[in-house]
Design a protein around this ligand. Structure first.
Ligand code: P6P
Length: 335
């Protein structure tokens, strides 16, 4: 029985779209996929292998690290440091750039990732994910500096996420649309199950952490208030709300059935421009969302156009169904 298109076959066919691709990109992506299968296995075993719970340590964000934050970061590093495709790596869980160890060759790509996004959900068995973004190294085969990573999101060669949910899925773009794959554990391969994912332009479903309502700026206050007024208000229709506290799960829902996801700038911590990180959350997710026909903005500018100022820069994020995001952007313009 034919197993369907495997990810390996798909990547090799995709590679033909990437200017100058020499097979290195394919090999790099295969190593990323190996790391994701390893992470899926650890996440799915959970308490059986003692990976639940928090550590005494904090990451650069000042967030308490879960055991799995550190374990999955290690898995991404170990599976990708040796093959000679990368000039360096950066991650939510590491303050600085990870240099490729001297015993391994340097390559022409950079990878930045959030190894376990939404990890606060691990202990309560709610979906979590891995987000990754691949850039070209400005100077191939030279150890990457932090500055090398500070490229606008439009420069991404590839962006993807793994969602460790009821099934493990991998969603990927290399700039030619978005495709979803489901892990078949019996053969250890990701199979193409969601070709050509597209976000519906309209939606009646918004996602935001409503507990921050008093801190939002006026345009977001107005937008959410109108959603809650529903058919009795200016929008003339009722809305539904979701909040999973796992960006990967929210984005996947939006790719599957539409929606708008907002983690806007708020005054809760005036020193922070937003909660989500530009390099390894907002940029890869924005690349995927735009490739699926959606829109992704800070409220004031296209996220993919931003030139990052530092590895862990935070930005406001408003993304999803084109027509709905444009309503919110219109309110920002009026303000
Ligand atoms: P809050 C997870 O920590 C994360 O970075 C995103 O995945 C998620 O959308 C957001 O933060 C949840 O934030 O404030 O609701 O816990």
């Amino acid at each position: 029985m034919h197993t369907g298109t495997t990810l390996t076959q798909f990547i090799i066919e995709e590679q033909r779209h990437i200017a100058g691709a020499t097979g290195e990109f394919t090999a790099l992506l295969n190593d990323v996929v190996t790391a994701i299968k390893t992470i899926s296995n650890a996440v799915n075993k959970g308490a059986l292998i003692g990976v639940m719970g928090a550590l005494e340590t904090e990451n650069v964000q000042g967030e308490t690290q879960k055991k799995l934050d550190v374990i999955t970061n290690e898995m991404m590093i170990r599976n990708n440091e040796w093959a000679g495709h990368l000039a360096g790596m950066a991650s939510e869980e590491m303050d600085e750039v990870y240099p490729i160890p001297a015993q391994y060759p340097l390559g022409k790509y950079l990878m930045v990732f959030d190894p376990l996004d939404g990890s606060s959900n691990v202990d309560i068995n709610i979906s979590v994910g891995t987000i990754f973004s691949i850039l070209r190294a400005p100077v191939p085969n030279r150890a990457a500096t932090a500055a090398d990573f500070l490229q606008p999101g439009v420069k991404q060669v590839c962006a993807g996420y793994a969602l460790y949910g009821s099934s493990t899925m991998l969603v990927l773009t290399t700039g030619h649309g978005v495709n979803g794959f489901t892990l078949d554990r019996d053969i250890g391969e990701f199979i193409l199950t969601h070709p050509g994912m597209k976000i519906p332009a309209d939606t009646k479903e918004f996602a935001i952490n409503a507990s921050n309502q008093r801190f939002w700026e006026a345009p977001v206050q107005r937008y959410v208030a109108e959603c809650l007024e529903g058919s009795t208000g200016p929008r003339g229709r009722d809305f539904n709300m979701r909040w999973v506290a796992s960006m990967v799960a929210e984005v996947h829902r939006i790719l599957t059935r539409g929606g708008i996801f907002m983690y806007p700038r708020d005054t809760k911590d005036p020193g922070k421009a937003g909660k989500l990180r530009l390099l390894y959350e907002a940029n890869p997710m924005s690349f995927i969302v735009e490739q699926a026909g959606g829109v992704s903005s800070t409220g004031y500018e296209r996220i993919l156009d931003m030139t990052p100022e530092n590895l862990h820069q935070r930005v406001p994020v408003i993304l999803g169904s084109k027509n709905e995001v444009e309503v919110v952007l219109g309110y920002h313009k009026q303000a």
